[in-house]
Design a protein around this ligand. Sequence first.
Ligand code: XBP
Ligand code: MG
Length: 248
Amino acid sequence: MEAVVFDIDGTLVDSERHGHRVAFNLAFESFGLPYRWDEEEYGRLLRTTGGQRRIERYLAARGVGEEERSSLAPALHARKTAILNELIDAGRIEARPGVERLLGELTGAGCRLAVATTGSRSWVERVLALSLSEFDFEVVVTGDEVSARKPDPEAFAVALDRLGLKAQDAVAVEDSAEGLESAKGAGLACVIVANGYTADHDLTTADLVLDGFGDAQRPATVVADPRGSGCTGILDLRTLTSVWAAGR
Ligand code: XBP
Ligand code: MG
């Protein structure tokens, strides 16, 4: 196993409920718009990957015309991204429990680290620099560099290409059905670390499903272990290597 390619939102960081969603709402407010996405509605809106697309589809569903949408959505998204960067600077977007342990273990074993996200490069670089600064993500593919967002496999395919690796040399770690479909579409074995927004997604094609990264004090729950990795609730190098080997 040469590398692990990580998703960001909902995976490395629990960023959606109290990060992106808050930034979207503050952007709507700053534009004097009445829209507010509550936690429950946001979970449904998340099925559209890419924040600008999410805004566009929401505006269309509210009858905002194509011409107005084509200028309003990018402007709102730019404001949202600026606000999100302020939240990141304020330390509001943190790594999920167990992520730093796993990244340290992988780094110590000489395993290469990469990111394949649908999110925008502007905040992705910031969150990696501030919340995961001690780790070297050799390749970072963001929504800005791909023509098709997840569940399209492009983000993971570009990450593998830039790593100079084939799919059988690596494993993906994701949180959502869209991310799982994207990773599988690129030929990668995929571990899902689900969260409050994705626990009810269709994750049946995953090679392992946990509800967290886990650690000795608080192991995660193994939701599904179809490859027989023997995971006991701690996503570690051994478990990832076992999933990788079973997927070859
Ligand atoms: C999650 C997404 C992103 C974020 C919002 O990406 O779909 O769109 O919700 O970020 P992933 P942007 O799980 O692939 O990291 O507003 O920058 O798109
Ligand atoms: Mg995600």
